[in-house]
Each structure stands twice: as structure tokens, then as C-alpha cells.
Design a protein around this ligand. Structure first.
Ligand SMILES: CC(C)(COP(=O)(O)OP(=O)(O)OC[C@H]1O[C@@H](n2cnc3c(N)ncnc32)[C@H](O)[C@@H]1OP(=O)(O)O)[C@@H](O)C(=O)NCCC(=O)NCCS
Length: 146
């Protein structure tokens, strides 16, 4: 059941949250981990240092995170808000927390006049289901390989 707004606090991530985020990331292994994000959060954090990051707190504990950035213009897109990775602790999934994190990110994008974007694997049905539910639609970037 979705949690009410008062039960979940969304705020910008501080570097002190990293240990807790890594613990959530470690819990998202095996079937709980989506195909699109096999890399550990820590690796992403230290390499890319994204700047537009949010966490969700319930009863003062961080239970979810979203890492992203406003950057561009990649692949002919305008400067955009790119969502790099997100995760909600397994025992808090399905309660609307992921959606709240995305709303916070999209609000920041709107405040900056940019489109929010995310890249997922085409065979990642779970993640595609989530993005569709939170009103994202398929964009026009594709990848080619040989
Ligand atoms: C994807 C994820 C972030 C979604 O967060 P969540 O808090 O569970 O999602 P919400 O409860 O906010 O759901 C929002 C909507 O998405 C839908 N949704 C969530 N997961 C879904 C799924 N797997 N398939 C289809 N729809 C899904 C919900 O039904 C809901 O839709 P509704 O409002 O129409 O009912 C979370 O499930 C997760 O962390 N998964 C693992 C991610 C991962 O592996 N990360 C690696 C570390 S970076």
C-alpha cells in the first residue's frame, strides 16, 4: 500500500548518506536487481559524481535513493536531467517511494527547464514497467553495434 506523503521524506542526498545507499544497493542483488544497472552504486558515485541526487527517508532512515545529473547535450539531445541509477530497499518497494523520488527529480528538471531522461535495457521489463507507470515514454535514442 502506498505510504502517505508525511510518512516519507524526500530530500537531497548528502555524502554522509553514501554508506546507507551502499547497503541498499547490496540488498538489491540476484532477482531483486534490475538488468539495466549491474554496476555497483559506489563505482558510479566515485567515477561520475552526479550532482542531482535524492534520498527517501522513513522514520529517519534512508530507504531509497536516486542518483542523477543535469548534463548534456548528449546524442543530439538538449541539456537534460539524466537519471543514472535508483533503488528502494526490498522491504519498502511497492509503496510509492520510487515514484516520489522520481517526482522530486522531475520537479528539479522542470525548475531548470530541462527534460528528464533515463536509459534502460530493452529487455528490462521490470524497469520499463516502472518508468511507464511514472509517466515516462519511449524516446528516440537507440544503440547500434556490430
Ligand atoms: C524500480 C524501483 C526503484 C521502483 O520503486 P518502488 O518504490 O518499488 O516503486 P513505486 O512503489 O513507487 O511504484 C510506482 C509505480 O511503478 C509501478 N511499478 C513498480 N515496480 C514495477 C515493476 N517491477 N513492474 C511494473 N510496474 C512497476 C507500480 O505499480 C506503481 O504504479 P502505480 O502507481 O500505477 O501503481 C524499485 O522497485 C527498485 O529499487 N528496484 C530495484 C532497482 C535496482 O536493481 N537498482 C540497482 C541498484 S542501482
Amino acid at each position: 500500500m502506498a505510504m502517505s506523503k508525511g510518512q516519507v521524506k524526500i530530500r537531497r542526498m548528502a555524502e554522509a548518506d553514501l554508506e546507507r545507499i551502499k547497503a541498499i544497493d547490496r540488498a538489491l542483488v540476484g532477482p531483486d536487481r534490475v538488468l539495466s544497472w549491474p554496476l555497483r552504486v559506489e563505482a558510479h558515485w566515485w567515477v561520475y559524481r552526479p550532482m542531482l541526487n535524492f534520498v527517501a527517508e522513513v522514520d529517519g532512515e534512508v530507504v531509497g535513493f536516486l542518483l542523477g545529473d543535469i548534463r548534456g547535450a548528449e546524442y543530439g539531445t538538449d541539456v537534460s536531467g539524466w537519471i543514472d541509477m535508483m533503488g528502494v530497499a526490498p522491504d519498502h518497494q511497492g509503496k510509492g517511494i520510487g515514484e516520489r523520488l522520481v517526482e522530486a527529480f522531475c520537479q528539479a528538471c522542470q525548475d531548470n527547464g530541462v527534460t528528464a531522461r533515463v536509459v534502460v535495457r530493452e529487455d528490462d521489463e521490470r524497469l520499463i514497467g516502472f518508468w511507464t507507470s511514472v509517466d515516462f515514454h519511449r524516446g528516440n535514442l537507440v544503440s547500434y553495434e556490430r
